[in-house]
Design a protein around this ligand. Structure first.
Ligand SMILES: C[S@@+](CC[C@H](N)C(=O)[O-])C[C@H]1O[C@@H](n2cnc3c(N)ncnc32)[C@H](O)[C@@H]1O
Length: 250
């Protein structure tokens, strides 16, 4: 990893990052695609406990849904914003899910933050990592740091292998995939010029491969979003592309 990066916790200008309730639409379709990863059956059957770390959990709506459907898997939420950490903490104490761990503070751009997460990791390590709607709404070094630290955490688990799932919209080969995305890019840049819709082919895949994360699945989701699954500790393989179950029935 490079030098300590600048951390911007709780910058008041950024406090509209997460919108409470926004996850209601996506949590079901993401869980359907990741079901076997969450239950520890894919990409290999993990013999010990399955532990999933979420980066940028927002208000915790996705992770509480996943934890409710996978009682045998431990889910570890994290966030950079105090407001979100408090909201997830409230969720943890009120929902009675014994497999939802109290949230940790994690700014994906801060090596010190990742060190704290590595220190708090379960003894068998994390088997999978999920990041939903983060890459376009953070500076590029949040993405490279996510990849580098995913490789670091997964290589430390009992099998030395695991998965990373990323949900969001991307450009393909330099092109926006919809007119809406071109407008969305302009609004992101207006809020912070370091934010932006990343290019899957020329930015995301090379940055992931540089640390040994190989793209295994491209799932096409509603509203022109993608759910990408990268594998660590496995050889590069042909990418499996498919529509999410909800798109298939639409
Ligand atoms: C659009 S919201 C998505 C929240 C949640 N994953 C969801 O889909 O509902 C973006 C989230 O990324 C978090 N975030 C932004 N920059 C971050 C960083 N550098 N490290 C960790 N989280 C970050 C924000 O606090 C915010 O909760």
């Amino acid at each position: 990893m490079g030098n300590q990066v600048v951390v911007e916790p709780d910058d008041p200008k950024q406090n509209s990052w997460a919108i409470a309730g926004a996850a209601a639409r996506t949590k079901t379709e993401i869980e359907q695609v990741l079901h076997e990863y969450f239950s520890g059956e894919k990409p290999v059957s993990f013999p010990k406990e399955t532990h999933v770390l979420e980066v940028a959990s927002g208000f915790g709506e996705h992770i509480v849904h996943f934890a409710g459907l996978h009682p045998d898997t431990m889910f570890h939420p994290t966030e950079a914003q105090t407001e979100c950490i408090e909201a997830i903490g409230d969720l943890c104490s009120t929902n009675g899910l014994r497999n939802l761990v109290s949230p940790l503070r994690l700014n994906a751009r801060s090596i010190r933050s990742w060190d704290a997460v590595a220190k708090a990791a379960p003894s068998t390590g994390f088997t999978g990592i999920v990041a939903i709607n983060l890459l376009h709404i953070s500076p590029w070094d949040a993405t490279t740091s996510l990849f580098a630290n995913t490789a670091r955490l997964l290589s430390a688990n009992s099998e030395g292998k695991g998965w990373l799932a990323i949900y969001g919209t991307f450009r393909r080969n330099g092109q926006f995939i919809s007119e809406n995305d071109a407008k969305f890019q302009a609004s992101l840049k207006n809020r912070d010029e370091r934010w932006g819709i990343r290019d899957l082919d020329s930015e995301i895949i090379p940055a992931a491969e540089a640390v040994g994360l190989f793209l295994a699945e491209i799932n096409y989701m509603r509203s022109n979003n993608f759910l990408l699954v990268f594998l660590f500790g496995f050889p590069k393989q042909r990418v499996n592309e498919q529509k999410s179950p909800m798109l298939s029935v639409a």
